[in-house]
Design a protein around this ligand. Structure first.
Ligand SMILES: Nc1nc2c(ncn2[C@@H]2O[C@H](COP(=O)(O)OP(=O)(O)OP(=O)(O)O)[C@@H](O)[C@H]2O)c(=O)[nH]1
Ligand SMILES: [Mg+2]
Length: 244
């Protein structure tokens, strides 16, 4: 049974996400009626912020901090996490249960992980549809988190604007990122963990690489953060809002 979008919106406005959750599961499982339901959805313009980067870069910590700032402004936020390699527990990524704990029960914040069952083929299709549902459900912001540097992240960059690439001052990751297609398509580059030694060297190197990026592209932004202390989060939020 599919819910009506009206009932989903009504729930979301009260911080009750049950109908929304169940509908996402219907979409994931491609259950009967899901595609008709999606076809008839309105598609209001809602910012979809993509956040990606290597495992452990601080994406979840950064998202938790950005959520905090947006909730302060009275906004509602949906976070969709896509991580083909992680183990799901009741729709939540295990590692995130601690970091995002503050927000799991907050009525203005909906957090959901997409189970991809190991095959990437149908992944972006499903993301597209779930994002469309979240747009229609009445959220002010949608945050799309993906892990890694693969083709799926480049696909996500097509759905999200702006796309944020979170990097850390580690030489190995740097080289990995420069080679990936994602390095070409991100709009905002966050260097997180700038509390680490050698961070400025990394920032300078990145600035150099970005200035060499092709001239006809939008000028990318570079933001420095320490996600677990909140340093740079206001700067990041202002940079994100400039893309609206
Ligand atoms: N020193 C330092 N540690 C940080 C910073 N940001 C995050 N961390 C720590 O880095 C670890 C990984 O952070 P997460 O937010 O889980 O990173 P993630 O990118 O979401 O990781 P995955 O979801 O596993 O890919 C945690 O132990 C954080 O506390 C930072 O700016 N400086
Ligand atoms: Mg994470």
């Amino acid at each position: 049974m599919m819910y009506a979008i009206h009932d989903i919106k009504n729930g979301v406005s009260k911080g009750d996400f049950l109908a929304l959750s169940k509908t996402i599961t219907h979409i994931e499982n491609q259950q009967a009626g899901a595609s008709d339901f999606l076809k008839n959805l309105p598609t209001p313009k809602v910012p979809v912020i993509g956040i990606t980067g290597p495992p452990g870069a601080g994406k979840s910590t950064l998202i938790a901090a950005v959520i905090g700032a947006l909730v302060q402004e009275g906004k509602t936020i949906a976070v969709l996490s896509v991580d083909p390699s992680s183990v799901l527990h009741n729709g939540a990524l295990l590692g995130d249960r601690i970091r995002m704990r503050d927000w799991y029960l907050h009525p203005a914040v909906f957090i959901r992980s997409l189970a991809t069952r190991g095959h990437l083929g149908g992944l972006t299709h499903c993301i597209d549809e779930v994002v469309q549902l979240l747009r229609s459900a009445g959220f002010d912001f949608i945050i799309l988190e993906t892990v890694g540097v693969g083709q799926s992240e480049v696909q996500v960059a097509k759905i999200a604007y702006p796309t944020i690439l979170v990097l850390v001052p580690e030489a190995g990751d740097e080289i990995q990122m420069m080679k990936s297609g994602l390095f070409e398509v991100a709009n905002i580059y966050v260097v997180n963990k700038v509390d680490r030694p050698e961070a400025q060297k990394f920032v300078n190197h990145l600035k150099q690489s970005l200035s060499e990026r092709s001239m006809n592209q939008d000028k990318p932004n570079l933001v420095q953060t320490i996600a677990n202390t909140g340093f740079g989060v206001d700067d990041l939020l202002n940079t994100i809002k400039a893309y609206e």
